[in-house]
Design a binder for this molecule. Structure first.
Ligand code: UDP
Ligand code: MG
Length: 153
């Protein structure tokens, strides 16, 4: 089983749609292995968006990500990194397919509701960045037999 990181950005917190977004992951059959609210520091953001710190718009993204606390989720499931990226939709909310989170809730590139890890390697590093070991919970979902075939688990 993989674990992936989702950040419910200030655009989700302030618009009061945390529950709706989390509910989408739950209904899909994805397990919540960790969840907390936090205020992102400069250091955490620089590490998290290392691929963007040299861009002219980095300070705009930084301000946006620090505009309120965020909620971070550690989501667990089979191929969950890829599944959650697909559920999230492409970066630009105006281009994202209807039915995806960004496609249904966002009109913006920046204010696009969620972050989702983009590869298994990134997911591992991001989970370590945002959660301590004790904050990731290992419990068996009772519904597993109805979510997966025996040979998938
Ligand atoms: N972003 C932006 N303008 C850009 C590129 C990115 O505002 O031209 C923001 C946007 O919020 C995006 C985040 O920076 O979600 C991280 O960018 P990335 O290219 O990693 O997109 P993602 O993986 O979130 O789809
Ligand atoms: Mg990215």
């Amino acid at each position: 089983m993989q674990v992936t990181l989702v950040i419910l950005k200030p655009s989700a917190v302030q618009r009061g749609i945390l529950g709706e977004i989390i509910s989408r992951f739950e209904k899909k059959g994805i397990q919540i292995a960790g969840i907390k609210m936090m205020q992102l520091t400069d250091e955490t953001l620089e590490a998290h968006y290392a691929h963007l710190t040299e861009k002219p718009f980095y300070s705009r993204i930084k301000n946006s990500m620090q505009a309120s606390p965020v909620v971070v989720l550690a989501l667990k499931g089979l191929d969950v990194v890829n599944v959650v990226r697909k559920l999230s939709g492409v970066t630009n909310g105006r281009e994202a397919q209807p039915g995806t989170i960004r496609g249904d809730y966002s009109m913006s590139v920046q204010e696009n509701i969620v972050h989702a890890s983009d590869s298994p390697e990134t997911a591992e590093a991001e989970i370590k960045r945002f959660f301590t070991e004790g904050e990731i919970f290992n419990y068996t979902p009772y519904l597993n037999p109805y979510l997966y075939a025996n040979d998938e688990l």
